[in-house]
Design a protein around this ligand. Structure first.
Ligand code: GN1
Ligand code: MG
Length: 351
């Protein structure tokens, strides 16, 4: 697929001096930065094996864009650009769905959070996004990936993989599999939440890594981006994925597990930033589930990676043999390092 010839003209780009470079580190969609005449744009190919109805993403983004425009016009909402035919998504048979966003002038995204202040700013932005949309009727949002953060279902998928998956891989990964099973009580807490009215479903981003926040040149957060997985959900998804991805200085790809540590200052910054926006929205009970949020997301990610490893990498793919096993083991080490902090951090910010 030649993007310069087949995709960009549909978004109105014809310049010969256009440049296209791969951008960001997402595992699911392909992303490029497009530069033309000193202006920058983000082009994405939506993975339609994962998002089987990309139109649902487009309709959610439209709904949210209109809501912001009417109710919070000052919010820096990054709306997608239309094609020359007025669509938000360009479909190219046997290649997929493409969309384009303008790059907010003066903004930048970070691949890693370098200090607690950035973690605070990001958490505040994700909290603000949910708060500003708190009066949007969540039943109008389309479900872009059914049961995406349903930990019970993720555990079931793991059990199915143990039954039907690659036996050789299972034998070699026996230790990690046993550890994962050992922590299954994390699932029961979630299951109990589902029938507890104290836990509210709100507009939830579901992918709160720091590269999904735009910052200005003073390192103040501006807004959140990548709304593919915005759906009704629980606050533990957004807070939990921030804890999972900001607490530790190395990512899920790190093979040297001695580098996996949990940084208290980042924990506090995330809770403080999120609560800055959300303190009046959360119920008293939800307020006691910040520490659990981290367990929930770290454990879910370990489950998803080990499941995919056993299923021969059908979801995440792998750049080298055993990559998803490394990722799963990494996340289990992170979970242990995190649990060691429960006495110190477990009740932080509850009041
Ligand atoms: C995927 O593609 P990316 O990196 O934004 C995944 C997330 C995982 C993440 C793990 C739709 O996100 O849920 O947390 O990988 N997104 C989907 O790196 O499955
Ligand atoms: Mg994403």
């Amino acid at each position: 697929m030649n993007i310069l010839e087949s995709v960009l003209p549909s978004f109105g780009f014809h310049d010969d001096s256009i440049t296209l470079i791969p951008f960001g580190g997402g595992l699911i969609n392909n992303t490029w930065k497009v530069s033309e005449k000193g202006k920058e744009y983000i082009l994405q190919r939506v993975n339609d094996n994962v998002f089987t109805k990309p139109q649902n993403i487009a309709s959610n983004i439209r709904l949210i864009a209109d809501y912001f425009k009417t109710n919070w016009p000052k919010y820096d909402f990054v709306a997608p650009m239309s094609t020359i035919h007025g669509e938000d998504l360009l479909y190219i048979p046997s290649s997929g769905y493409y969309r384009m966003f303008p790059f907010v002038a003066g903004s930048h995204a970070k691949q890693v959070g370098e200090n607690p202040n950035q973690a605070y700013e990001a958490a505040l932005q994700f909290g603000r996004f949910t708060r500003l949309l708190s009066t949007l009727d969540i039943s109008n949002l389309s479900i872009t990936i059914p049961s995406f953060h349903d930990l019970g279902l993720r555990y079931e998928q793991f059990l199915t993989a143990l039954e039907k998956g690659n036996k050789e891989r299972m034998t070699a990964a026996k230790d990690v599999i046993e550890q994962v099973i050992k922590y299954q009580s994390i699932v029961s807490v979630y299951t109990a939440m589902l029938s507890d009215p104290a836990f509210k479903r709100r507009v939830t981003h579901h992918d709160t890594k720091i590269s999904n926040v735009l910052f200005d040149n003073q390192d103040k957060g501006l807004c959140v981006i990548d709304l593919d997985t915005v759906m009704p959900g629980y606050f533990i998804s957004d807070v939990g994925d921030m804890l999972r991805t900001y607490l530790c200085p190395v990512s899920e790809e790190e093979k040297d597990f001695s580098k996996i540590i949990v940084r208290d200052e980042f924990y506090k910054a995330i809770i403080n930033g999120y609560k800055e926006e959300m303190k009046h929205e959360l119920t008293e009970k939800e307020n006691k589930y910040f520490f659990y949020a981290g367990k929930f997301m770290i454990y879910m990610q370990a489950l998803r990676f080990i499941t995919d490893h056993i299923n021969d990498d059908i979801y995440y793919g792998a750049k080298y043999e055993g990559q998803n096993l490394v990722r799963a083991s990494n996340q289990m080490v992170l979970l242990q390092r995190y649990l060691e902090k429960e006495n110190d951090l477990g009740t932080y910010g509850e009041v």
